[in-house]
Design a protein around this ligand. Sequence first.
Ligand code: AFP
Length: 342
Amino acid sequence: MAAGRMNHAMRRVTLTQFLIRRQHTGKINADLRLLIETVARACKAISTRVTKGALADGHGAAGMENVQGEAVQKLDMLSNEILLEANEWGGNLAALASEEMEMPHPIPTQFPKGEYLLLFDPLDGSSNIDVNISVGTIFSVLRCPKMADGSLCEPEESAFLQPGRAQVAAGFAVYGPTTVFALTVGDGAHGFTLDRETFTFVLTHPDIRIPADTAEFAINVSNQRRWEPPVKRYIDECLAGKDGPRGKDFNMRWVASMVADVFRVLSRGGIFMYPRDAKNTNGRLRLMYEANPMGFIVEQAGGAATDGRTRILDLQPTGLHQRVAVILGSKNEVELVTKYHR
Ligand code: AFP
């Protein structure tokens, strides 16, 4: 080995190298590789703005509401703009959809269109921005349906309403003490940490595996009085600890940023729950750009994701912004909660 050169095994793998390898093996094509790299580059730009915090004019409300009727944070809108501007000219998308936009965003006529549909929550966990708690970006990639003659269908809302199992790629960035980009293209789940010296994403969490069992649950307990019986039973048993039916003590975490809670589950196991309840009768989280991408990456890491009764990825969407109950993480725990629902 030439003096001073790291051997191949020691050299760090960048996101680009990771994606080029999968293009060479035919797992992904050039358009999908470009799409993922473009989303990752947009996440770096968002990370830079999030890290500036109150030093830039990024904090506080933007003085408007989004389709969910939620007060939009300035960073929400900025993150949405960053993702739109990064992705609309590449020639690989038929349209984009975002939590921040009621209808799909068509590709401007001056740009070529491609076969993919990109959906995202540009800044998830917005209520945590001003208090310096991790937030993130979640994305999902579908193929645009085609007509009988092979031409792309009009990329209106109905083109997006595909079950999560149709996703070709999904992932998220979590802007925390480090910025991590978690990704699946259908052959496992992998994490990349942003090296701020070279400003490149480096593979740090190859082939993530979620332990099938856990002693850690994540739920917003302030909703307890509104939960359905199966959820009440499951959490009560966790709280009963080693003297109860589970025979072991449980720990609790709730960051109120799905990206942070899910990355913890990917990293050390756990069960994350935002069930339907008397107030959130369809759950709080959005199916198309939160539950589906998270469900895909969690399943690819050996975990499970249901709405309490049905596999998330098998749900047939009826609306771009529809909400859904989410129970995901360590397979054996998710199966126990799902059994209680049955
Ligand atoms: P915001 O983006 O409005 O902060 O909501 C974040 C979120 O969609 C998800 O990231 C969290 O898991 C969940 O909502 C937190 O909900 P609660 O604030 O009800 O705990």
